[in-house]
Design a protein around this ligand. Structure first.
Ligand SMILES: Nc1ncnc2c1ncn2[C@@H]1O[C@H](COP(=O)(O)OP(=O)(O)OP(=O)(O)O)[C@@H](O)[C@H]1O
Length: 440
């Protein structure tokens, strides 16, 4: 199973448990939310690839409110509604808002897992539902040239770039344009691996290998066999995991936890990071030998603020997608809105641009997007210009402000500060703030 989490939003605790057990049996990772407010909290930290399965009626609103809120915030994760038969009409309405499907509760047991598997399969073969725009800007053209050059080889590729610049898309392109296209593409968020279960996550385990290992489990290497293993946020790997991966990559074999024999593998490794890994090596946080192994070839994705010529074409592209998804009829941007788009620093890069355009289109509904619809004023005040880490004395206060602004969400705070997540973690450690803002 890949890193996808299924957020199950259902106020009936017993039914919620039932759905989660059903999914867990099939190897899905789940999160339970009994209220919309909890679901929103989870979604603020969710990955683009996560999936929501929601009941319609909840104590603090309904599933359609949640879907509407997500789309307004630019969160385009697949959304599946579970309904009672009497609510089918409302469920159909929800599909107009962009929910992917609805399943009558009586059929959840039969239909939910196959539906989720289908979504993942489509993703793995590169037919992601999230359409991609081919960027014409000169920086991106140079990147495309490098992608075409290295994709057909088996070289490991390390992709550098700030959060939200499109590194994962580039990893997909490398896979799709290479000889492994059509084989699995398995993405691993290295920052979210728990220390105890890392070996089992990568290499799998046999039944009874440790307490709780009730059945055998395939690891990421096995799942990616013949295809690509994408190590996202590779700078966040714990030292022990770095050592373990290095050995496997060097020897091209690994041993599942509790097994007696090694397995060989045929997997291409692509990794991505927003960190300066040379610096991490100097600071002894990252192994130099592993860096060499991951780094046969390098692709650096520039931040959006350095790709001015891509901003408006991407904005127009997202406007059209938003029109389709939200059933709006917005025809463009007025002069002030254009100026704002072109002068904003985009600390969250393409992801932030997409979110802002989705929200703006929803607000405008028809006609032209105005500067007010973009709601960039708040972000502007918190853009790198005001949050930039200028001197040590100001540093701590800025970090605190950004964390507050981001409600403790470190990923968002790092984007506001225009720094990588790992740099932010280091700063929290340095200033003794590590436990002050616990993410829920
Ligand atoms: N060329 C593009 N066309 C359409 N959308 C894009 C493009 N590039 C990036 N995006 C959007 O920006 C978001 C961020 O892209 P992606 O997840 O690939 O970035 P990333 O650099 O891997 O981010 P992170 O470091 O935070 O994981 C995606 O959800 C996608 O919707």
């Amino acid at each position: 199973m890949d890193k996808t989490k299924i957020i199950v939003v259902e106020d009936n605790i017993v039914y919620c448990e039932f759905v989660c057990n059903l999914l867990a049996r099939d190897g899905f990772r789940t999160m339970q939310a009994f209220h919309l407010s909890t679901a929103r909290k989870y979604l603020q930290q969710a990955a683009d690839g996560d999936i929501v399965v929601s009941d319609l009626r909840l104590p603090d609103g309904n599933g359609i409110d949640l879907l509407r809120w997500m789309r307004k915030e630019g969160m385009m994760q697949p959304f599946i509604i579970m309904t009672d038969y009497a609510e089918v009409h409302t469920a159909v309405e929800s599909m107009k808002l962009g929910s992917l499907d609805y399943i009558p509760k009586q059929l959840v047991e039969d239909r939910l897992v196959p539906l989720l598997r289908n979504i993942l399969k489509e993703r793995n073969i590169g037919r992601s539902r999230m359409p991609l725009f081919s960027r014409d800007g000169s920086a991106f053209q140079a990147i495309m040239k490098r992608i075409r050059l290295v994709a057909p080889t088996d070289m490991s590729v390390l992709i550098f770039g700030e959060n939200g610049t499109g590194k994962e898309h580039i990893a997909h392109l490398l896979h799709d344009k290479g000889k492994r296209a059509g084989k699995p593409f398995v993405a691993v968020d290295c920052g979210s691996l728990t220390k105890e279960l890392t070996s089992s996550a990568f290499f799998g385990h046999v039944r009874g290998a440790f307490t709780g290992a009730d059945s055998a489990k395939k690891g990421y290497f096995h799942e990616a066999e013949g295809g690509t293993l994408f190590l996202d946020e590779v700078g966040n790997l714990a030292p022990e995991t770095q050592q373990m991966l290095l050995r496997a990559i060097q020897e091209r074999r690994y041993r599942p936890v509790g097994d007696r024999a090694d397995r060989s593998f045929n997997v291409r490794i692509i990794a991505a990071t927003n960190e300066d890994l040379e610096k991490a090596v100097n600071e002894k946080r990252f192994r130099q030998d592993l860096l060499y192994r991951l780094h046969d070839f390098e692709i650096t994705v520039p931040p959006l603020r350095d790709c001015q010529e891509d901003v408006m074409p991407l904005a127009e592209f997202f406007r059209e997608i938003a029109n389709q998804e939200l059933e709006c009829d917005v025809i463009g941007f007025d002069g002030e809105a254009r100026k704002t788009l072109l002068t904003h620093a985009w600390p969250g890069n393409v992801r932030e641009l997409r979110q802002k355009i989705m929200g703006a289109v929803l607000q405008a509904q028809t006609g032209l997007v105005t500067k007010e619809h973009l709601e960039l004023a708040v972000t502007r005040a918190t853009s790198p210009v005001s949050f930039a880490l200028r001197s040590d004395a100001e540093d701590k206060e800025r970090v605190l402000r950004a964390l507050k602004q981001a409600n403790g969400n470190r990923k968002v705070a790092a984007e506001l500060l225009g720094i990588g997540r790992t740099t932010l973690y280091n700063k929290l450690e340095e200033y003794g703030l590590k436990y002050k803002f616990q993410q829920s």
